[in-house]
Design a binder for this molecule. Structure first.
Ligand SMILES: *[C@@H]1O[C@H](CO)[C@@H](O)[C@H](O)[C@H]1NC(C)=O
Ligand SMILES: *[C@@H]1O[C@H](CO)[C@@H](O)[C@H](O)[C@H]1NC(C)=O
Ligand SMILES: *[C@@H]1O[C@H](CO)[C@@H](O)[C@H](O)[C@H]1NC(C)=O
Ligand SMILES: *[C@@H]1O[C@H](CO)[C@@H](O)[C@H](O)[C@H]1NC(C)=O
Ligand SMILES: *[C@@H]1O[C@H](CO)[C@@H](O)[C@H](O)[C@H]1NC(C)=O
Ligand SMILES: *[C@@H]1O[C@H](CO)[C@@H](O)[C@H](O)[C@H]1NC(C)=O
Length: 444
């Protein structure tokens, strides 16, 4: 697939200045405000919560980015014709979803009060505190009543029974970061509702978690590998991104756990976006970890992804295993991206962005290009679950202040300070990742 013409938009990594502070010290960040006439300078604080809700898994870190973009921050988008509106009243002639024929990212979110998610954050016992927004005090569940409607086709509803039948006797594995963990939890929650208590089990671990649907002989698993490739921050997370070193040419230590899986879904993106250069190591250096090279994130990302692709091509038997890749999940740290000058990140947003083709600075087109370039040239077919455009609209659906830090719900004081504490990276569940799985289900 090609890159839309609006790719002239700036990306967050073109930022002029950045600093980073480990969260534990919680310093007051200095806020220099040199607002030169035409320079739009926005401070985006990234608070990444790599937290497991279960206390025995507590590994937590937050990092923050202060970024200042010189570019006009309103993304230029190709406005399409106003034909869409008129079409609402015409007969639905959309064909059934077929990935070859239908571009799933081309469509709109439609509000429908009578849509009920297959689970809630109270009914599903497997959700992390991080994503249980309504239970954590989000005042409404409006974000669960929007349905994604592609323009040219209909996306089938997620049917847990059909999904489980398709997965009978199979091992399904989601591999990646906390966003991928969200997609895994969404998938598990959508199917677990139809399985009686004694016919299912869940085992959570620091790296590997396994949900078992006994009668179907199916396991739906999650493997934690936020960069896919190896790093010094995989098991014991290093809070300060400056201290993280990636082995961009090594994946074997993780990948030995991925062998023999029937369906495998990968992602990696947000951990590369600390705003810093990536300390990258390859080959074997006589001076060990000091032999790293600092590469721009898109360069390091391309090398890392290529390492992953080489592993897939050399190891995966496409007759036995199906490979999927979930594209980058957008972050919504700059409300000016969607034209809300008064906003504080995604805090208090109540509706999806209506502007067709909206694309903010939280989604780096160079990273997307790396994914499509590499996947296209692979020997083993990889089905792309392209979630980026559809999720870009959903500024209303992040955890925001209805989340946790260090295993504890945000306090009232923290909630009152969304600039520092709103999580505009992760998504409420039920919510947007359910639609990612609807796409995954349609591709299965
Ligand atoms: C809203 O959702 C309900 C339940 O899924 C469905 O029956 C109905 O057709 C939908 N309404 C519209 C306008 O799409
Ligand atoms: C969200 O929910 C509130 C309260 O239920 C309601 O007043 C509001 O209209 C809803 N917003 C949308 C976009 O439907
Ligand atoms: C589950 O898998 C095992 C081993 O592959 C097999 O022996 C068993 O018959 C399967 N059970 C069902 C219910 O499919
Ligand atoms: C996959 O199946 C095809 C057709 O049955 C066969 O020709 C091919 O060798 C198989 N590939 C592998 C890697 O087993
Ligand atoms: C956020 O929304 C709440 C409820 O709608 C409102 O009371 C509050 O003033 C809003 N806060 C800001 C900073 O806009
Ligand atoms: C995902 O879709 C976007 C458009 O929505 C496109 O630009 C991008 O190339 C697609 N990514 C991949 C990996 O196919």
């Amino acid at each position: 697939m090609s890159i839309p013409p609006s790719s002239s938009s700036s990306s967050s990594s073109s930022s002029a200045s950045k600093t980073m502070k480990p969260a534990s010290t919680r310093p007051k960040l200095p806020l220099p405000l040199p607002l030169v006439a035409t320079i739009v300078c926005v401070f985006a604080f990234v608070a990444l919560l790599y937290t497991e809700s279960l206390s025995f898994l507590s590994s937590n870190s937050i990092f923050r980015i202060k970024s200042c973009s010189r570019k006009d921050s309103i993304t230029k988008t190709s406005e399409r014709s106003s034909k869409d509106k008129a079409d609402d009243f015409l007969i639905d002639d959309r064909f059934d979803f077929d990935p070859e024929e239908c571009s799933v990212g081309n469509g709109k979110w439609v509000y429908n009060r009578s849509i009920k998610p297959l689970y809630t954050d109270r009914s599903c016992p497997y959700l992390d505190l991080q994503v249980s927004c309504v239970k954590n005090g989000r005042p409404n569940s409006n974000h669960t009543h929007w349905e994604w409607q592609p323009e040219d086709c209909t996306l089938p509803r997620f049917d847990p029974e059909i999904a489980l039948k398709k997965l009978r006797g199979k091992r399904v594995l989601f591999v990646g970061d906390s966003l991928q963990r969200g997609q895994w939890q969404s998938f598990v929650c959508m199917v677990e509702s139809i399985i009686p208590d004694d016919k299912k089990s869940m085992k959570r671990g620091r790296i590997i978690s396994v949900f078992t649907a006994k009668e179907y002989n199916t396991t739906i698993e999650f493997y934690w590998a936020p960069f896919l490739v190896e790093s010094n921050s995989d098991v014991h997370i290093i809070g300060d991104p400056k201290k993280r070193i990636l082995k961009v040419d090594s994946v074997a230590r993780h990948a030995k756990h991925w062998i023999g899986v029937d369906i495998i879904v990968f992602n990696t993106y947000v951990w590369w976006m600390s705003g810093l250069k990536i300390k990258s190591l390859w080959g074997s250096f006589a001076n060990g970890e000091d032999g790293y090279e600092e590469l721009d994130a898109p360069v390091a990302y391309r090398i890392g992804l290529k390492t992953w692709a080489n592993w897939v091509d050399s190891t995966v038997n496409p007759n036995r295993t199906r490979v999927f890749f979930t594209t980058m999940s957008p972050t919504h740290q700059r409300s000016i991206d969607w034209g809300n000058k008064e906003g504080i990140k995604c805090f208090n947003e109540t509706r999806p962005v209506a502007k067709k083709g909206h694309w903010g600075t939280g989604s780096d087109r160079r990273m997307m290009k790396a994914v499509s370039d590499i996947v296209e040239r692979m020997k083993v077919p990889v089905a792309v679950i392209n979630i980026t455009q559809i999720s870009e609209y959903r500024v209303d659906a992040h955890s925001s202040v209805y989340t946790e830090t260090g295993g504890k719900l945000l306090t009232d004081e923290q909630k009152a300070d969304p600039l520092h504490h709103a999580d505009c990276i992760h998504w409420c569940l039920p919510g947007v990742p359910d639609t990612w799985n609807q796409i995954f289900f349609a591709l299965l």
